[in-house]
Design a binder for this molecule. Sequence first.
Ligand code: AMP
Length: 424
Amino acid sequence: MAEFQKPRGTRDFAPEEMARRRFVEANMRRTAELFGFGEVMTPTFESTELFVARSGEGIIDELYAFEDKGSRKISLRPELTASVMRFYVNEMQNLPKPVKIFYFGNCFRYERPQAGRYREFWQFGAELIGAPSIESDAEVIALALATLKNLGLKDVVVRIGHLSILNKFIRDLKISDNAEKEARRLIDKRNFEDLRSMLDGANANDEAIARLIELVSLDGDEAIRRAKEEAGNNEGFGYLANLLERLRAYGFDNCQLDFGVARGLDYYTGMVFEIDAPSLGAEKQVCGGGAYTLADLFGGQEVNSTGYAFGFDRIMLALEKSGVTVPSQNLSVYILPIGDEAKITAIQILSELRNAGISADMDLMGRNMSKAMKYANSIGVTKTILIGDNELAENSVTVRDMRSGVQEKYPISDILRAFFKNIP
Ligand code: AMP
């Protein structure tokens, strides 16, 4: 019979990889909690209508959508903001504001798989709901940046824009709604060549095309200079200059302005931002977010929110590319008993170590000394404990430090001293 294979675009995660993922997840969770955000969990599937309400009919092509046995239209979630805001409308509207929540969960999109793009992937995201101020936007971006800083991921580019700026320049083109949508899509993709020919074809005003393309191509200090220069003409420019000042106060001075961040969805209201890890090549965007209103679309009261989602899998890839060490296993000790009698002693020591909070394993394969050492090295334990006839005769064990190769004998009754030097 043919072997079964995992579905296209999905992955299996071996124990070492899971250990790395859990380590990173715990680190991200800790940062969110330091910022006063609390975790929520929502269902893996929702009514298809919810995602259509958030993103429009076009989203259906991307969804794992099906009818359940009760003929309800259901979809696996392609992201979590819609679920979190539905939850907010259902149960959290009366909570004191702001509501600060974060989440971690798997998402499903029917896309063409490639490096960094999967059909099942994970998002770690945060939403700050109900505090319509520049400080909330700053707090949310600062949380995203602190998360990356605490993970040790330095090689990132943070781009912040404001939709009121982009929208004004797009309105000046005087083109149809559909052409505006297409313009946003091409700006989002930074495909300025196709943008220019599309706008030429849509009979947009030449001068407005030139102004738009100049604006979305600006970056670095040029963009900041332009924002300051035009602060009086458009609320977005002034807002961004003030936002950068706040982010500097948080200790983050690595943010660029980019007036071409479009985010592609209608419910964003003002500030929008994206974070790239350039080492990832084509699929380099590791985070996207901004200020939005969504609760009203879901039948709740209108409320200003700011949020983002990290592509967790891309963060893992970026950490690996940048050479950041993420521990891949937790096993500290490997015990090798030689002979039957030693096995009982090995089990007793194994239990004593585990009870003391030290992760430990013993040989279950009947390996000889040289094979056992090779194995212990390959799994990266820090210490190996050898128990042979000589050791048993002396009621002791030999503890080998795998890094230095130094071997020391310890009485069995005092084995914990090999791990906790300060035991009185
Ligand atoms: P979005 O909800 O589309 O703004 O996506 C937020 C983040 O999720 C992106 O910046 C990516 O890092 C990540 N992401 C989106 N789609 C995928 C995918 N198919 N595979 C892996 N990561 C993804």
